[in-house]
Design a protein around this ligand. Structure first.
Ligand SMILES: Cc1cc2nc3c(=O)[nH]c(=O)nc-3n(C[C@H](O)[C@H](O)[C@H](O)COP(=O)(O)O)c2cc1C
Length: 321
């Protein structure tokens, strides 16, 4: 996820078993082949054994673009650098990306989806799998099945489908039942994505879509044990306990320690708060800590605040007895 799930985050989230693979932030392809440093910045795992996180979870490199020739040239470059799998982004809703013809804007024309996938597939010549990330459409769902079939015809080995249109943005609900319709029209695996925050959401998405596998986005940030939770349930039929605050705090501390070796403190401070903010939607303690620390501008004070006791009712505690 662009601006959110970088190599450090992938490393931390995959330390507890649960994820089968991870995806990079998208590499924006416009025309010319990008220099190796751009690929390595998005995917430092290119220089690791198996293009995997330190825990051994494979990382797929994602390209976002519209021009088949440019995508093909960059796919060749990625292959040359050691990529083991390429994913094409047809889901990004960002106005800047869509205005410049990329991401979900291609879903208006299934022929363009097919051409992009076919160009990348042709460029790598079957040496590595090419997969596609779709939404259900741009303005509406009329072309959802056509786009999925187009990606398959182009040679995609798998589809991840975010169960909303571009116009729906991130607004609930995700239309998981549409994924069942797509599954019945293609022969390649379909992975469900969108609004899976809890084990119960996973069950519901799985029941409505028929997809065994799901891709987690914001939910994995909100609950770092969500993938392990799903995996544990798949393996044993049992539920893991709620993710304790101590696990969350330790993760944020490790995250800060890794990021501060390369990024300025104010950026790391903002990134820690960003992750804490993702956690607060699903955890009362994270919400209390975020409320208490959101104006904190010094990294060490922020990290100390993850440990320190905070009053249960800050407003009342401040009132003299
Ligand atoms: C901040 C942000 C950045 C994202 N960046 C990417 C990206 O680079 N590539 C991609 O395929 N999807 C990206 N997405 C979309 C997510 O992968 C996912 O499809 C979407 O958030 C819905 O799933 P969720 O409800 O589990 O988050 C991004 C989403 C957010 C909120």
């Amino acid at each position: 996820m662009e601006g959110v799930i970088d190599a450090v985050t992938r490393d931390l989230l995959t330390r507890t078993p649960g994820f089968d693979w991870a995806v990079t932030e998208f590499v924006r392809v416009v025309d010319a082949p990008l220099p190796p440093r751009v690929f390595r910045r998005h995917c430092p795992e290119l220089d690791r054994p198996g293009v995997a996180t330190p825990a051994g979870v494979p990382v797929h490199l994602q390209l976002l673009g519209a021009d088949p020739a440019a995508l093909a040239a960059n796919a060749r470059q990625a292959l040359h650098l050691g990529a083991r799998s390429l994913d094409l982004n047809f889901g990004c809703p960002a106005k800047t990306v869509n205005r410049h013809d990329g991401g979900a804007s291609l879903l208006r024309d299934p022929g363009r989806v097919e051409a992009a996938v076919a160009a990348v597939q042709g460029a790598v010549g079957g040496a590595i799998p090419v997969t596609a990330k779709l939404r259900l459409g741009f303005a509406d769902r009329r072309l959802a099945l056509a786009c999925a079939r187009a990606a398959e015809r182009g040679g995609a080995a798998q589809l991840v489908v975010h169960a909303r249109t571009r116009h729906e943005g991130y607004r609930p609900p995700a239309h998981w039942e549409w994924l069942a319709r797509i599954r019945h029209r293609v022969r390649i695996p379909v992975v469900a994505n969108g609004d899976i925050w809890t084990l119960e959401d996973y069950w519901k998405a799985r029941t409505l879509s028929g997809c065994r596998d799901v891709m987690l986005g914001r939910g994995a940030l909100a609950d770092p044990w969500l993938a392990p939770r799903i995996r544990h349930w798949q393996a044993t039929g049992e539920r893991l306990p709620a993710t304790p605050w101590r696990v969350r705090a330790e993760l944020l501390r490790d995250f800060a320690a890794a990021q501060r070796s390369t990024l300025p403190e104010r950026v790391v401070t903002a990134l820690v708060k960003q992750w804490l903010s993702h956690m607060r939607s699903r955890d009362v303690e994270a919400a209390r800590r975020f409320q208490a620390l959101k104006r904190c501008t010094a990294l060490d004070a922020l990290l100390a605040g993850l440990e320190a006791p905070i009053p249960r009712h800050p407003a009342r505690a401040a009132t003299p007895a």
